[in-house]
Design a binder for this molecule. Sequence first.
Ligand code: F6P
Length: 547
Amino acid sequence: MSDSPLLTRRPEWTALEDHRAQWQTSLRELFADDPGRAERYVVHVGDLRIDYSKHLVTDETLALLRELAAATDVFGLRDAMFSGEKINLTEGRAVLHTALRAPRDAVIEVDGENVVPGVHAVLDKMTDFANRVRSGEWTGHTGRRIRNIVNIGIGGSDLGPAMAYEALRAYTARELTFRFVSNVDGADLHEAVRDLDPAETLFIVASKTFTTIETITNATSARSWLLRGLGGDEKAVARHFVALSTNAEKVTGFGIDPDNMFEFWDWVGGRYSYDSAIGLSLMIAIGPDGFLEMLDGFRIVDEHFRNADPEANAPLILGLLGIWYGDFFDAQSHAVLPYSHYLSKFTAYLQQLDMESNGKSVQRDGRPVQWQTGPVVWGTPGTNGQHAYYQLIHQGTKLIPADFIGFARPVAELSDELKAQHDLLMANLFAQGQALAFGKTADEVRAEGVPEEQVPHRTFKGNHPTTTILATELTPSVLGQLVALYEHKVFVQGAIWNIDSFDQWGVELGKVLAKRVEPALTEGADVPGLDSSTAALVAAYRSLKNT
Ligand code: F6P
């Protein structure tokens, strides 16, 4: 591996540098010169129509980018991932979230063992449990039916189910209440349970490792709340707590019946896990059929990523576009702007998926990278962002590539009056893409009679690249397709940057230091070796806390 040439010394990279150095054209010109561009720069996968025509690329750019992908053997690493090779090098693990949506008869081996039967055994167990909760057959300790489901987890054990629950709200059992608790700030759990009846509340403790301090702390407090509410009988825990984890020993140690544990495996990364047992809350919400439909959606994109030619391979194209801007235009961030209220947590979910995966500065062989890696991912649903930060995207000094996501139809349950608002929502999406790409020239501004001194202020230079992802409706399958699309896009970029997209050592140091500092806050203990700034903060906190 260390014999492989440095990325930036590859001829395919320097060819892109030369291409960038000569780049002069604008989106206005690209469209004017090529009437077929809008049709040609569209890729279809499943129900997604992905328009990448408003990007600063030509056929030559795309060809050069594909050559970079070929030189860095993106598809070789892809095949290694799908076949269960241990491509998470620093943790010595396979990377097989794709096995979570494999059909029942597939064979995918890790260490000589087919993992697919285990995946389906857990899906069956989840199905049975979800059906029993949904039907009222699974009751609480006092015999009352469960009406509230509280997922306790953080990172991948929270963001995925919480995002998908919001996204698919229209498909959820509306008579049940779902809450998601993640923050170790006690206010999170307090607000989640303050209006709930413990007799009707089920806690799902979601933690791959079952050692994450936030989750274990919140789960311990939730158990106290439950026992306080139900008269202190420890037996109640078995009816009100289930666990989603890879760590049976810790789950049992916490006091949760191993029969009430839904397993997954170390080859599923936390940020790639909500289609595993981690999605139990979602399955209860949308029902097993909806969950399986979502898995079908993931699988459609998996198959596409595996089989589509590079010219029409959506995750490859999106990954390459990100590399073009990050490494050759110095773009630092990437906005994801869903024009769907139901996708309000989608970008937050992608932040972990992308930034925890590709926020790396060391290559797979340990050498430092000498190029840009993962972008800052950010964004909120349209149209809210338009009235907040779009100004900077339009007229600021930074290049911010953006993805728009929209749907042709609103969800069925909206009233006719609210459905009618959908065209206005989508008109905004299309208008933003148009304004960002083509802007408004000074002459166009003048032609409107704008006084000369205001012309520079009202001119939009345009040339801001965007992708528009359009689907008919936000269904469970479409959500699965969208998530898999981004999973594989992130994969493509990590492969080219030669980083391990599947570890996350960067979050460890803060965890270790928090454990060291905590006794100083709670017990006033001396923490040797604290730097002077942190020591002063601790001292100020302690004196304020006691005022
Ligand atoms: O923040 C680090 C991390 O390990 C994430 O990758 C993970 O999703 C999260 O913590 C939660 O971990 P667990 O599911 O083991 O509680």
